[in-house]
Design a protein around this ligand. Structure first.
Ligand code: ZN
Length: 288
């Protein structure tokens, strides 16, 4: 799933390409794609795209007076669509802009196409009034941004929400923008166990996590900003995420895994748990 750095770089990419383009129409290609009834998307017709922003893992395509909020979920993509085929594979919705003359002399009639591969059909678009959009669902309950949260604020959230740090980091209501991969990477960079209790981590732990977050995000952003399109998970370089059985790039110990349905917690025992191997859910279930 794309996380904060991928979404942020993509927002910048889309803004550079489509800013000031006039929206002609928005077409849902699947009946589940548009999640809101009011305001109507056509309130933005004839209006130029003011900018493309991000909140947590949501992309915000801002027009006046409405903003389209896009969530890609697991397998979604919002891509430049030059084919404009009637039934694109995995097609969810399409933003059609008024054609403009391109630098190359021809007409640029590229659209933006939201696709989602797989059968989940959870990606979607919310149409919100641009004024006050951040105070409305699905954006209103998001926690502070992962890239800018201060250590003191994180320490306060740690004290108020006693839980495992890995789950804490992935909870969008506590901190917005982090997914499974960054949660693994941040715990490793901060040298803390993914199962450490937030309350016990305290102010010192919060500082370590904030430093790790900023460093991991900065590295990812640099890579993503150098790309023409959003990376897929296989393109992303990680230190422990998805590296079960490989040597830790910091100390050479073997990267370990704890499997859950749908995701894997990866960690390095030497760097993070004082050498302790954490119980693997799947294996221990079989051993019982
Ligand atoms: Zn290590």
């Amino acid at each position: 799933m794309p996380e904060m750095p991928e979404i942020q770089a993509h927002a910048e990419r889309l803004e550079a390409r489509f800013r000031e383009r006039v929206l002609e129409r928005f077409t849902p290609l699947n009946f589940t794609a548009l999640k809101t009834a009011v305001p109507a998307p056509d309130e933005a017709y004839g209006q130029p795209l003011v900018g493309v922003g991000r909140r947590g893992k949501y992309l915000l395509l801002r027009f006046e007076p409405v903003t389209f909020v896009v969530h890609l979920m697991q397998g979604g993509r919002l891509s430049v669509d030059t084919k404009r085929s009637k039934k694109p594979r995995g097609g969810q919705a399409r933003f059609v802009f008024a054609p403009i003359e391109s630098d190359g002399g021809g007409m640029n009639d590229a659209a933006l196409l939201l696709t989602e591969q797989g059968t989940e059909r959870r990606a979607g678009v919310w149409c919100l009034p641009t004024t006050g959009a951040l105070e409305l669902p699905p954006l209103d309950k998001l926690g502070p941004e992962a890239a800018t949260i201060e250590a003191a604020d994180l320490a306060g959230l740690f004290a108020a929400n006693s839980m495992r740090i890995h789950g804490f980091l992935r909870d969008q209501h506590l901190v917005a923008g982090i997914g499974r991969r960054l949660a693994n990477e941040v715990c490793h960079r901060a040298r803390i166990s993914p199962f450490a209790t937030t309350k016990k981590l305290g102010a010192e732990g919060a500082t370590a996590v904030v430093d790790a977050l900023r460093a991991a995000i900065a590295d990812d952003l640099e890579v993503e900003r150098g790309r023409d399109d959003m990376s897929s998970s296989k393109d992303r370089t990680s230190r422990v995420h998805g590296r079960t059985g490989e040597p830790c790039p910091v100390c050479g110990d073997e990267v370990r895994a704890v499997e859950y349905s749908g995701y894997t917690v990866n960690y390095c025992p030497t760097c993070q748990t004082g050498g302790k191997i954490l119980a693997d859910n799947t294996t221990s279930k079989f051993l019982k």
